[in-house]
Write a protein that binds this ligand. Structure first.
Ligand SMILES: C[S@@+](CC[C@H](N)C(=O)[O-])C[C@H]1O[C@@H](n2cnc3c(N)ncnc32)[C@H](O)[C@@H]1O
Ligand code: SF4
Length: 383
């Protein structure tokens, strides 16, 4: 049972040149060269074993994420895409995104990715001023980031970049100016994330010690509000809590996740949602890159958890993912997945509070006032 029948393939490249102090993604720094051929063989093996479980799918999107996938040789990317195409159907025009770090962007390399089949890049710009980039532990300057965006624009019809806001001491005026500058450089899509203090990162230690002060709730809210206003005024409204796009230019791969469609997770620490014999499986692979390699080499796949989701879990996941989207959720689909209806009294309360709205066709959406308290809205509806 999927949303509109999408099938995404996520491939995780788990290495970076350095570890950013705010980041808790499955990314690792290695001081010796990475054996990409060995990884290609293991990716190919895991694609083969996953395709044996979910054969015959039409791939609607592919996402090479990380870590820093732009550290891969174009030939490695080509071999991964070829392996995917061997086992599943990839239609012409299928969105194929590669995440890139401005530090590792060169025109020749980008051309190589394009020749390999990549047709969209997502760049981790993070900030457009050097002091903030330094504070975020990034290895690039604002000029280098803009040069990477220029290369992306030249080589790819579709590109996006990420910025992190609600940074220490960031004022709404400074962020508004930075965002407008970013929009002038953007094409059809921007990802704008509020800085989150993740557990067990250097930032969480500094934050706990009072050495890293991030905007309080009111300031974060003001920053969020100007983000929505400026982006909407420039034709880049939010289609998801942190993602903005021109109409029709949404990242199809991310929509697969948020609409509750099916996807395969390939590589270290990748998650998947597979529909097998009418049951939804939540899969996750071994996170540690070398341990993942050895596991794939010895047993043909790196999957370490494979749980069949029950109705309640399916319903909760649909709320958790779907309510992030501006298009919201369909209560009838929730009922089908969860085996029960949403509570009418709770819906009414949230509507009275202005946190959600209900469309004429019955879809339930979180309002702009509700998005800053999304977690509470989801928890209330799921109770
Ligand atoms: C896995 S990174 C991929 C891009 C690439 N590795 C890079 O950093 O250039 C995905 C995005 O998540 C965002 N991100 C990571 N950690 C974050 C945090 N603690 N708070 C807010 N955004 C974060 C960053 O904007 C980053 O570009
Ligand atoms: S480069 Fe990206 S994935 Fe790697 S540590 Fe930094 S934010 Fe995380």
């Amino acid at each position: 049972m999927t949303g509109d029948g999408g099938f995404g393939v996520y491939v995780h490249w788990p290495f970076c040149l350095s570890k950013c102090p705010y980041c808790d993604f499955n990314s690792h720094v290695r001081h010796q060269a990475i054996d990409e051929d060995r990884f290609v063989k293991a990716f190919t093996q895991e694609i083969t074993s996953t395709a044996a479980r979910v054969p015959g799918r039409d791939v609607t999107s592919i996402f090479l994420g990380g870590g820093t996938p732009s550290l891969m040789q174009p030939g490695t990317v080509g071999a991964i895409l070829e392996a995917i195409g061997k086992h599943w159907q990839i239609a012409d025009g299928t969105e194929v995104t590669l995440e890139a770090n401005p530090t590792s962007v060169e025109a020749t390399r980008f051309r190589g990715y394009r020749a390999a089949g990549v047709n969209r890049v997502s760049l981790g710009v993070q900030a457009l001023d050097d002091a903030s980039l330094k504070a975020l532990g990034r290895l690039h300057t604002a000029d280098e980031a803009l040069a990477a965006v220029a290369i992306a624009r030249k080589e790819f019809e579709r590109y996006s970049f990420d910025l992190i806001y609600a940074r220490p001491e960031q004022t709404t005026d400074a962020w508004s100016a930075e965002l407008k500058r970013a929009i002038a450089e953007a094409a059809e899509h921007l990802s704008l994330y509020q800085l989150t203090i993740e557990a067990d990162t250097p930032f969480s230690g500094l934050h706990a010690a009072g050495k890293l002060v991030i905007p309080d709730e009111a300031q974060a809210r003001a920053l969020y509000d100007v983000t929505q206003e400026i982006c909407a005024a420039h034709g880049l409204p939010a289609y998801e809590i942190s993602n903005h796009a021109r109409l029709g230019a949404e990242c199809r791969h991310n929509l697969v996740y948020w609409r509750g469609d099916e996807y395969a997770g390939i590589g270290p620490g990748a998650h998947g949602r597979l529909d097998i014999d009418g049951r939804r499986h939540a899969t996750a692979t071994e996170r540690r890159p070398e341990a993942w390699l050895m596991r794939v080499e010895s047993s043909g796949h790196g999957v370490v958890t494979d749980d069949e989701l029950n109705s309640e879990e399916r319903g909760d996941e649909y709320l958790l993912m779907g309510l992030r989207l501006r298009e919201g959720i369909d209560p009838d689909r929730y009922k089908l997945l969860a085996g029960r209806s949403l509570d009418t009294a709770r819906i009414e309360n949230l509507r009275d509070e202005g946190a959600i709205s209900i469309d004429a066709d019955g879809r339930l959406r979180v309002t702009q006032e509700g998005f800053p308290v999304l977690d509470a809205v989801v928890a209330d509806l799921a109770a």
